[in-house]
Design a protein around this ligand. Sequence first.
Ligand code: SAM
Length: 275
Amino acid sequence: MNDVFSSLATGDSETTQQIASVLHSRSQDPDQNRMLQRFLAAVDVTAGPLLEIGCGSGGLLTALCDRAPTATLVGVDHSVDLLRMAAQSNATAGNLRLLAADAHRLPFTAESFPTVLMYTLLSHTPDIGSVLKEAHRVCRQGGQIVVLDGDYASADFSLGPHDPLSACVAAWRAQYVVNTHNLRSLPRLLEAAGFQLVQAGSHNYTAADSAYAYSIIDRGVDTMLDSGTIGKDLARSLKDEARRRAHDEGFVGSITYRFALARRHPSANTTPPQG
Ligand SMILES: C[S@@+](CC[C@H](N)C(=O)[O-])C[C@H]1O[C@@H](n2cnc3c(N)ncnc32)[C@H](O)[C@@H]1O
């Protein structure tokens, strides 16, 4: 199965630019922003240094800088090009370190961080368990891990049965999300990695008239166009239909996002369960 995000370490510059533009449009989407602010309200940003794994072009890092201007922030991503953009957009942040690394093998000694964050990383890493075990290794005893991610199987952009936009969403998911259902079990995944769950919740994102909402349909349509499944006229009509619905119906679709906050046990005996 494909996942454009999981192969960005070796992505060409056109793909990286496209992803940077999607991430930028997401950061401008009002309901995505509401969700992010709710997520950040649960995080103790005073417990630094804060590590974000999968920081991309730095959208969450910027929001963290706003909330905790004096905290030390560390961002890791496997795309050097996205990290360069993160550096540019956070150029004035004094306590920011950015590193290129794979989430499965972080270049930090054990227990380096009191706070570890992941914002839409795990839906794109084929082996969620090993990424969470690595996060557990670098998290300090008693430290927190906070995760926000899409339950992308829940993405529904239909107004009824046999809606052609459902085919666009399915094509988008197949190309951009490797873990379509797993985030539903986020609390259990965190516990399996050795964390103790403190809080879990969800947010129903309403995709309305926003560039990010359209990018979901457009990327699905382009995938079908590129594979020869549909032609240019239908591609244009499907993209127009998404915009028509946003204006006439007030929304295009919805996606459930999952949130969880967990802690690493404060005592030394914290080996994660095997298997
Ligand atoms: C959906 S983006 C999230 C970006 C970011 N959290 C934000 O605030 O906008 C997912 C990010 O995870 C990164 N990523 C995916 N797999 C990775 C891996 N194995 N190691 C490090 N980064 C990874 C991608 O390069 C991408 O930047």
